[in-house]
Design a protein around this ligand. Structure first.
Ligand SMILES: *[C@@H]1O[C@H](CO)[C@@H](O)[C@H](O)[C@H]1NC(C)=O
Ligand SMILES: *[C@@H]1O[C@H](CO)[C@@H](O)[C@H](O)[C@H]1NC(C)=O
Ligand SMILES: *[C@@H]1O[C@H](CO)[C@@H](O)[C@H](O)[C@H]1NC(C)=O
Ligand SMILES: *[C@@H]1O[C@H](CO)[C@@H](O)[C@H](O)[C@H]1NC(C)=O
Ligand SMILES: *[C@@H]1O[C@H](CO)[C@@H](O)[C@H](O)[C@H]1NC(C)=O
Ligand SMILES: *[C@@H]1O[C@H](CO)[C@@H](O)[C@H](O)[C@H]1NC(C)=O
Ligand SMILES: *[C@@H]1O[C@H](CO)[C@@H](O)[C@H](O)[C@H]1NC(C)=O
Length: 565
């Protein structure tokens, strides 16, 4: 990811020169590949560490906090939302794109504060706090407050008063918040932006003698942009940035589109950066299974006191802090491959995701007589489920697709007992859009592999459907189910069985536009395993072992795929 440009340039300028060559290194976007929208970051000088959080909607656990000292090596510090008591009604949230999104993460006086709107049966504002960010259970139960709309930001003014800025009713609204009682102060309208639709995603900063207000506008689609205004007073009048938008790729043919919803922060060297969301879709905006990801762009402050951002591309140049791989907490790195063996005494990795709350009894690690496996007890509902019963959990365990090209496999021991029994692997965007390869009862006493699609997203072609008999010699042992992104637009589904699980056979392919857009425009693909009775009465358990995921390439522009880091 890093190149020796900086040292090379410095090496050449040995004769005293008046020109200062910026000490830059090259890096690539996305910063956080895969479904990581609405990033918010903050620098904590006591720890010399940058912490970022992104949206998770109705996935659980939610609100992952990533930590880094150099903006390149990132680890998962904790999930802010990690237990059912924090948001009980997530289980009743029917909207596949509802739940918790667009958080803001800040640090004040020794504590981390995470503020967010929860769009469940009602919309409520939540503030979580922690003074020990690497300890997941140290995240508090949330303070509830009557948020105005979505995307709340939290800001401490010089006198210590806490202000929330959020988006409601097509305008940016601002009010004080009592962090003891959750009481909201009077509302003032701040700024409507530069004329784009849906002014939202506000963040308020104090720098030198100004308040800076950064917002998103244009909608989180091709016209998305980050715009800015400033004022000497917290409530305006606002002077718009003379070169708004600060950040956008609208009206370009770039591979990275929908750039907006930004946040600004400093690094340990005092350099400024923006994070924002972006979609790797090109201007066609049809094929983007990973949805909205997090990008990083360098910011420079001009003499007139306005920030300028480097335009968002796959290949970037910036004054990154020097590599600092030490001093974090030893947690999982964001780009580490998975090889999960579910050994006795282990727990489900903290980067794995359920859809709403799991039934904990349906996921058992190394049960009696099945060491090194995860027992899935099938859910009554299949992955599509029934939107009128959101409270019934589905037996689905996933991780994000984080690479344009990847290989995933899981060994599944499962012998369906009833006609509707089913267990397998999935590329899952929402309950209305997923591609599943499973083991099902065939006709009579036979077993079959079935490749089946729910929904079609942006895809207009013929949807794949295949039923293939399971070879008799494969019946006694586990079957290795594989999913491979063979290009940026095709998933290949395969199986292997018998004596040699490394000899896989392709069952079929599916286009990634099936899991792009439509009901999952705000989310991104998840890869994993599931088991269901499809409403039937018999509960036949499936045993998962040897879960592997490995990234094999990131597409960073129309024609370049680089190795996954
Ligand atoms: C983590 O936080 C919880 C809740 O505050 C606390 O009970 C526990 O002792 C902490 N764990 C560590 C290792 O500090
Ligand atoms: C901002 O937008 C709101 C909602 O559309 C509108 O009522 C208000 O007049 C606008 N304010 C300005 C200053 O344009
Ligand atoms: C591009 O610019 C035109 C007008 O200049 C605007 O109407 C359009 O919405 C912009 N965005 C895109 C994605 O084309
Ligand atoms: C990238 O490819 C798209 C077609 O998918 C095209 O419209 C666009 O102009 C290309 N962009 C560049 C920068 O080459
Ligand atoms: C999933 O369940 C629904 C009813 O709950 C049913 O209509 C649908 O056919 C099931 N899908 C499969 C693949 O069996
Ligand atoms: C959902 O399930 C929880 C826990 O089982 C229960 O307390 C709650 O009442 C249920 N809600 C609905 C709407 O059924
Ligand atoms: C069962 O047989 C029917 C008719 O031959 C066929 O269409 C279907 O795919 C078979 N189902 C399975 C699961 O093998």
């Amino acid at each position: 990811m890093r190149s020796p440009v900086a040292s090379l340039l410095l090496g050449l300028s040995t004769v005293g020169t008046l020109c200062h060559t910026a000490d830059t290194t090259s890096y690539t976007n996305p910063l956080f590949p895969g479904w990581h929208s609405d990033p918010s970051c903050t620098y904590v000088s006591e720890q010399e560490t940058i912490f970022c959080v992104t949206s998770t909607f109705i996935a659980f656990p939610g609100l992952p906090v990533y930590a880094s000292k150099d903006l390149q090596n990132w680890e998962l510090a904790s999930n802010v939302f990690n237990r059912r008591s924090q948001i009980p009604t997530l289980s009743e949230t029917t909207d596949q794109q509802g739940g918790i999104y667009a958080p803001a993460l800040r640090y004040h006086d020794g504590r981390f504060y995470l503020i967010v709107s929860f769009l469940g049966p009602e919309t409520i504002g939540l503030v979580f706090t922690s003074s020990d960010i690497y300890n997941e259970t140290a995240w508090s139960e949330p303070l509830e407050f009557p948020v105005k709309g979505i995307d709340p930001d939290i800001f401490w003014d010089d006198d210590g008063t806490v202000y929330v800025t959020s988006a409601d009713d097509e305008r940016i609204q601002h009010y004080s918040l009592d962090l003891e009682t959750g009481e909201r102060g009077p509302i003032v309208d701040l700024w409507n932006g530069t004329g784009g639709v849906h002014p939202e995603g506000p963040h308020l900063y104090r720098k030198d003698s100004y308040y800076y207000l950064l917002i998103a506008e244009g909608g989180t689609e091709l016209n998305h942009a980050a715009t800015m205004a400033r004022s000497k007073s917290r409530t305006g009048p606002w002077e718009p940035h003379p070169s708004n938008p600060v950040l956008t790729n609208r009206n370009t043919t770039q591979y990275f589109q929908t750039v907006g919803h930004a946040d600004l922060f400093q690094d340990p060297n005092g350099h400024w950066w923006a994070v924002a969301l972006s979609t790797r879709s090109g201007p066609d905006w049809k094929n983007y299974p990973m949805g909205r990801e997090t990008i990083l762009a360098p910011i420079t402050w001009e003499q007139d006191g306005w920030p300028i951002a480097q335009p968002v591309r796959g290949q970037m140049e910036g004054a990154l802090p020097s590599e600092n791989n030490e001093g974090l907490n030893g947690n999982r790195r964001i780009n580490e491959p998975d090889h999960v063996t579910f050994e006795p005494g282990s727990s489900i990795p903290s980067h794995f995701l359920f859809w709403r709350y799991p039934n904990p009894d349906h996921f058992t690690i190394s049960p009696p007589n099945h060491p090194n496996s995860l027992r899935l007890t099938p859910s009554h509902y299949n992955l599509t489920g029934d939107a009128s019963h959101p409270n019934d959990s589905i037996t689905l365990l996933t991780r994000r697709q984080t690479d344009t090209l990847f290989t995933y496999s899981a060994d599944i021991a499962f012998i369906p007992q009833a006609p509707n029994d089913e267990a397998g692997v999935t590329v899952f965007l929402t309950q209305h859009q997923h591609i599943d390869l499973s083991l099902v009862s065939g006709n009579g006493s036979s077993l079959a592999f079935r490749l089946r699609v729910e929904g079609r997203g942006n895809y207009e072609g013929e949807l794949p459907y295949k039923v293939v008999p399971v070879p008799a010699a494969w019946r006694s042992g586990p079957i290795r189910f594989g999913i491979r992104a063979v290009s940026d637009s095709q998933y290949e589904f395969s199986v292997a069985g018998g004596d040699d699980l490394s000899q896989s056979v392709a069952v079929g392919c599916a286009d990634s536009q099936i899991v792009s857009g439509d009901t999952g425009r705000f989310t991104g693909t998840l890869i994993g395993v599931y088991a269901t009775t499809n409403g039937g009465p018999v509960s036949t358990e499936a045993y998962i072992s040897n879960w592997k995921y490995e990234g094999q390439g990131q597409k960073i522009d129309n024609s370049t795929i680089i190795p996954s880091q």
